[in-house]
Each structure stands twice: as C-alpha cells, then as structure tokens.
Design a protein. Structure first.
Length: 158
C-alpha cells in the first residue's frame, strides 16, 4: 500500500515471484472512467474507489478460495478502503513510504502512466497510515527493490 511513486507494482511483482504467490496489478481493476479521471489530473472520490476496491477484494477472495497466496499492489490509502480488502480474509498490508521529494521524482520519471504528478498532494492528504490494530508494517522505499523485498519477507516471518 502507499501513494503513487512508492514502488507498489515493482515491489509486489518481485515479492510475488519470491513467494511463489499469484500477482495481479491493482490498477487493472480500475474502471475506464477512473483511469480517464486520473489521467485528467482529477483525484478519485470514495464513490469512484468502492467498485475498484470490491473488484480487488473479490479477486483476493477467489485466490484464497483456490488455496493461493496472492499479492496485489493497491494504494489502500484509508482504513475504510483496507477494511473492504480485509473482507476477502486475512490480509497483511505493507506500507511503502518515502520522502515527498523521492515520490515526486519517481512519478515524474514514469512514462505513460495515468497518475499525474500533481495528484501526489491529494494522495498524501488522503493517506491514513496503518493503525496499531491493523495487520501490517511500514517499509522505507529508499533501498533497491530487492532489498525492500528482503525486508518485507523478514517482517512477514516467512
């Protein structure tokens, strides 16, 4: 979980590969209307996000039902969003965090992504960090992706 530019997709894909887990890109669950809205630089509302989150939840539940471990990058900015995902079963959240400068630099370096750099402020303002009673932990994004995944695996006690 985390804001744009924190490396959710890169980290999740590497983690899934290392764990032998199923991977799905969370952004692919967005509707065309959501992608268009973000491409125009407009932040999503809660009403925009609910169907997207339910789609991810349903995918996670299907993977769990099939006996598969799954990894999906998803911003999960608010506790209420994470609550929807937890409806699929036990979920461990990895909150990828970094400085505003690093996040902005990464967003500006992405070619062809629908998330516009000016939307970082909106995401940072929306972000509700993990509460003490939520399963998960925070990981700094400054190291290389493989080192980040090493840290995640250590924290997962796998």
């Amino acid at each position: 979980m985390g804001v744009a530019g924190c490396g959710k997709t890169t980290t999740a894909a590497l983690l899934a590969g290392r764990l032998g887990a199923t991977f799905a890109e969370g952004d692919e669950f967005h509707s065309t209307a959501n992608v268009t809205k973000m491409s125009l630089g407009h932040p999503l509302t809660d009403e925009d996000r609910w169907p997207w989150l339910r789609g991810i939840r349903d995918w996670l539940a299907a993977e769990a039902q099939a006996g598969h471990s799954a990894v999906v990058p998803c911003s999960s900015l608010k506790r209420s969003y994470r609550d929807v995902l937890r409806e699929a079963g036990p979920v461990e959240f990895v909150h990828l965090t970094g400085s505003r400068e690093l996040l902005s630099e990464r967003i500006q370096g992405r070619a062809g992504h629908f998330m516009k750099p000016e939307m970082l402020t909106s995401q940072l303002n929306t972000l509700e960090p993990l509460a003490d009673d939520e399963a998960g932990f925070t990981v700094d994004i400054a190291p290389r992706p493989d080192a980040i995944v090493d840290t995640i695996i250590r924290n997962l006690d796998l």
